[in-house]
Design a binder for this molecule. Structure first.
Ligand code: URA
Length: 240
């Protein structure tokens, strides 16, 4: 993979991309024995990079699928010291979550250090499907399902067309399966609230083609090579 020198340095954990640019300008970085002070330089995997006289090894790209338990925060770190999703993956790479789930929401979230793929998966242009199961208050009827499907007016605008069906009933409550490709803040909870059925419990059971089959809540597994390629294809084909 060809990549810019500052990105390579950032991925190796030397510093942020911005700070790495400063290091390059300051003449602290060598590629194949030559000091580089220009920013446009690209490096190949076989290039030998030194920073302050020491060889640099970039982290290999990692991809994990986590079935997030309730109570865990979907960010790389938390100033309040709460448990975060990135502490739940094995390995030493500095991973970050692709998108967010609310603290109380359970379900699938990808953890990776592949910023380019993460960025694309979250980009609205690629319309990556996410499937949620929501336990909601009350009995949901066809009218409410139709509103969810067509789009619901929220304070930040209408939601895009969605898939919606009732998959079960529990006491006087319903279980709704909602398929959306947007990722607005607390979107599922707000959509269901807007049609009069507040969410009691929320779980994401599918992200793109990845499902929670055989991955219990709290568990992680590495994505297979085939799955990573599948995700890459999904966001290069450019569904619009
Ligand atoms: N929608 C929500 O309301 N919450 C989540 O965690 C994910 C989607």
């Amino acid at each position: 993979m060809t990549e810019r020198l500052q990105k390579y340095l950032a991925r190796a954990g030397i510093a942020s991309r911005r700070a790495s640019e400063e290091y390059i300008r300051a003449g602290r970085v060598m590629v194949n024995g030559e000091t580089m002070t220009e920013l446009g330089v690209k490096v190949e995997p076989e290039d030998v990079v030194y920073f302050d006289g020491r060889p640099v090894e970039p982290e290999p790209l990692e991809y994990h699928l986590l079935n997030k338990p309730a109570g865990v925060i979907s960010s790389a770190s938390d100033p309040q010291g709460r448990r975060t999703v990135t502490t739940m993956a094995p390995g030493r790479a500095r991973l970050f979550p692709v998108g967010r789930l609310d603290q109380d929401t359970t379900g699938l979230i990808i953890l990776t250090n592949d910023g380019a793929l993460a960025h694309r998966l979250m980009h609205p242009r690629f319309q990556v499907d996410k499937v949620y199961l929501a336990d909601v208050e009350g009995i949901v009827g066809e009218r409410e399902l139709e509103r969810l499907r067509r789009g619901v007016r929220l304070e930040d605008g209408m939601t895009a067309p969605a898939g919606a069906r009732v998959t079960g009933k529990r006491g006087g409550n319903s279980i709704v399966e909602l398929t959306i490709h947007q990722g607005r803040k607390r979107q599922v909870r707000r959509m269901l609230e807007a049609v009069g059925h507040p969410v009691l419990r929320l779980h994401r059971k599918r992200y793109a083609m990845l499902t929670d089959d055989e991955l219990p809540v709290g568990a992680t597994r590495p994505l297979t090579r085939k799955e990573v390629i599948g995700l890459q294809k999904l966001v290069t084909a450019g569904r619009q």
